[in-house]
Design a protein around this ligand. Structure first.
Ligand SMILES: [Zn+2]
Length: 87
């Protein structure tokens, strides 16, 4: 492993994210790309102002647009998240 990658791996070691998938929540080492609110069933960008206001315990994260939609969430009208298709 090249030194740079080793450094990166060490830096990210132990960082886990709770991600909501179509089949249920999973623990991933990849951060979510969308943030949702369990009470309003709205999802948006991670930087959404509406999202920032919600309580941390009400926040959920998604990797994919399809997962959010499958879980019954709808896109936020404030930040208008874009459907990201490639990683
Ligand atoms: Zn929003």
């Amino acid at each position: 492993m090249p030194p740079k990658e080793a450094l990166l791996a060490r830096h990210q070691h132990g960082k886990k994210f709770r991600i909501l998938k179509k089949g249920g929540p999973v623990i991933s080492d990849q951060p979510g790309r969308y943030a949702g609110c369990v009470t309003t069933k709205v999802f948006g960008r991670l930087t959404c102002r509406v999202g920032m206001r919600m309580k941390p315990e009400n926040r959920v994260f998604f990797h994919a647009w399809a997962d959010a939609v499958a879980c019954g969430y709808r896109p936020c009208r404030s930040c208008r998240p874009v459907k990201l298709t490639s990683r």
